[in-house]
Design a protein around this ligand. Structure first.
Ligand code: HH2
Length: 287
C-alpha cells in the first residue's frame, strides 16, 4: 500500500481555484434534487429546501457540493434535459452566490453540464465517463471545468442485471486509464481530472469489496481519486440486513478509504463523516 499511496495526486485544479489534499480526504456533500434518489429522493425537490440543505452541508464542513437532478440508482427512469435543468439550474444559480465551496454538477448530459457551468459550477461529475453524451468531452474541454470520470459497467437501466468481470480491479483501472487518456487527448489538462471506481455501478458485493480493498492501486493513474461509499447496498449485504441504518457502515468505509489515501469522499452525511475523519486522525489512524 505504501508504494501506491506515495504516488497519490496532491492537487485537483478546478476552474477558478485549486484543491490541495492533506492527509485526510476532502468531503463532497451530495445534494440530489430528484424525487427518486435511493437515499434522499424527494427531500429536496423544492428549490428552497435544496438551497437550505446545501448551506447546511457547507456549514457541516463539506469541501465540495455535488448537485444532481437525475437518479442513477439501478433501474432509475431517465429524465429529459429540460426536466433536469428545471431541477438543478435555479439551485445552482442561487448557490453560486451563497456558498464559498466549489459546486459540482452530477450529470452525463452535455447541455446540463454547459448550463450548470455557466451558472457557476466548477466540476462536472460524469458517471458515464463521456460515454453518455458525445458532446460532453468538448463542453468540459472548452469550459475549463474540472471533471470526475467514473467507471460503470452498463447503464443504470441494466447495470445490476448480470455484472461480470474476470478481474474487476484490473478492468476498472484499465477503463479509467483510457478515459483519462481520452480526456487529455481532447485538451483537458491532467491536473483537472479525477477518477472514480464507481461503487455499486454494475458491481456485485465481491466486486465492490475488491475495489475498496485495492483502491490504493488506482493512485498509479496519477489523478485524484473520488469514491462514493455513502449508504450503498454493499453495507446491507455485508451485515445481512438490507433495512439496517447504513450510516455506521458508511463511516467504517470512510476511515478505510482515508487510510488508503483516497482524496475525495462523496457522502450524504457530512457532519458524521467529518467527525469520523477528525477522530480517526486524532487517535492516530494514519500513523
Ligand atoms: N454515486 C451516485 C451518484 N453519483 N458520482 C460519483 N462520482 N461516484 C459515485 O459513487 C456516485 C456518483 C449514487 O448515489 P446518489 O446520488 O445518492 O443516488 P442517486 O443516483 O439515486 O441519486
Amino acid at each position: 500500500m505504501t508504494t501506491a499511496r506515495a504516488l497519490r495526486a496532491e492537487k485537483w485544479q478546478l476552474r477558478s481555484r485549486e484543491l490541495v489534499f492533506g492527509e485526510c480526504p476532502l468531503v463532497m456533500g451530495v445534494l440530489n434534487i430528484t424525487p427518486d434518489s435511493f437515499y434522499d429522493g424527494g427531500k429536496y425537490v423544492d428549490p428552497q429546501a435544496a438551497v437550505e440543505h446545501a448551506l447546511r452541508l457547507e456549514a457541516e464542513g463539506a469541501d465540495i457540493l455535488d448537485i444532481g437532478g437525475e437518479s442513477t440508482r439501478p433501474y432509475a427512469t431517465p429524465v429529459s434535459v429540460d426536466e433536469e435543468l428545471r431541477r438543478v439550474l435555479p439551485v445552482i444559480t442561487q448557490l453560486a452566490e451563497k456558498v464559498q465551496i466549489p459546486l459540482s454538477i452530477d450529470t452525463y448530459k452535455a447541455k446540463v453540464a454547459a448550463e450548470a457551468l455557466a451558472a457557476g459550477a466548477e466540476i462536472v461529475n460524469d458517471v458515464t465517463a463521456f460515454r453518455g453524451d458525445p458532446e460532453m468531452i468538448r463542453v468540459v474541454a472548452e469550459s475549463g471545468a474540472a471533471i470526475c470520470l467514473m467507471h460503470m459497467q452498463g447503464t443504470p437501466q441494466n447495470m445490476q442485471d448480470r455484472p461480470f468481470y474476470q478481474d474487476v480491479v484490473r478492468e476498472v483501472k484499465a477503463f479509467l486509464s483510457l478515459a483519462r487518456d481520452q480526456a487529455t487527448q481532447a485538451g483537458i489538462p491532467l491536473e483537472k481530472i479525477a477518477l472514480d471506481p464507481g461503487i455499486g455501478f454494475g458491481k456485485l458485493l465481491e466486486h465492490n469489496l475488491a475495489l475498496f480493498r485495492n483502491v490504493h492501486t488506482l493512485h498509479e493513474l496519477g489523478c485524484p481519486l473520488v469514491v462514493g461509499p455513502s449508504r450503498k447496498r454493499y453495507i446491507g449485504q455485508i451485515v445481512g440486513n438490507m433495512d439496517v441504518d447504513r450510516l455506521p457502515g458508511t463511516l467504517a468505509t470512510v476511515v478505510a478509504m482515508a487510510r488508503k489515501g483516497v482524496q475525495v469522499l462523496r457522502v450524504h452525511d457530512v457532519a458524521a463523516v467529518r467527525q469520523a475523519l477528525r477522530v480517526f486522525l486524532a487517535v492516530g489512524g494514519l500513523d
